[in-house]
Design a protein around this ligand. Structure first.
Ligand SMILES: [Zn+2]
Length: 190
């Protein structure tokens, strides 16, 4: 299953609820966090402040080494959009009869799909998470708008983390992108 949505839509909270449910049943649960996610070093923190210890990994082989050592019943993967080889990871975990739950951003700050996530959606049970639009309070916000002064890197992220973004509905995201494009043109002209 994949929890799939924009920033501030509660993906990490959903993942932590899954973790709590399986642990309550006495199952071995492993929380994994790609090293690319610099929000916290060894912790996964949801926007409501809950934290959980996570195992960091930087490659498929490293991840599988940890998994084969701990032999979990359930694997939870945070920020799966940063794991370019996520499809191969899922295949390896399914072969081992491990339950897999992931949290991933649905799109980049420009509104484009993450290629690695697009490639696995048809193989997953997708649970779309929604946020509240910061501009109009619509409860169907599914876009992450960048509000920072500087441009994000190729992955669409900034050192300031989530404070550099806001959740937006489709209508407000369109307006936001128009303004961003307009200011970029102005910057180019000057
Ligand atoms: Zn809106």
């Amino acid at each position: 299953m994949i929890f799939w949505g924009c920033m501030f839509s509660g993906k990490t909270t959903e993942l932590q609820n899954v973790k709590n449910r399986f642990q309550h049943a006495g199952m071995n649960v492993m929380l994994l966090n790609p090293r690319r996610n610099t929000r916290d070093s060894d912790l996964v923190r949801s926007h409501d402040g809950q934290t959980a210890e996570a195992v960091q990994f930087g490659s498929k082989d490293e991840l599988l080494t940890y998994v084969d050592r701990s032999k979990p019943d359930v694997v939870l993967i945070e920020e799966a959009q940063f794991v370019s080889y996520i499809r191969e990871v899922c295949d390896e975990l399914y072969d081992r009869k491990i339950h897999v739950f992931m949290a991933a951003l649905n799109e980049t700050f420009e509104g484009n799909p993450w290629p690695c996530i697009r490639d696995i959606l048809h193989t997953c049970e997708v649970h779309q998470t929604w946020a509240v639009c910061r501009d109009c309070s619509s409860m169907r916000a599914c876009h992450s708008g960048c509000i920072a002064d500087t441009a994000p890197d190729d992955d669409g992220f900034l050192p300031g983390g989530e404070s550099e973004y806001k959740a937006l509905c489709t209508k407000c995201f369109g307006t936001h992108l128009e303004k961003s494009n307009h200011s970029n043109v102005q910057n180019t002209d000057t």
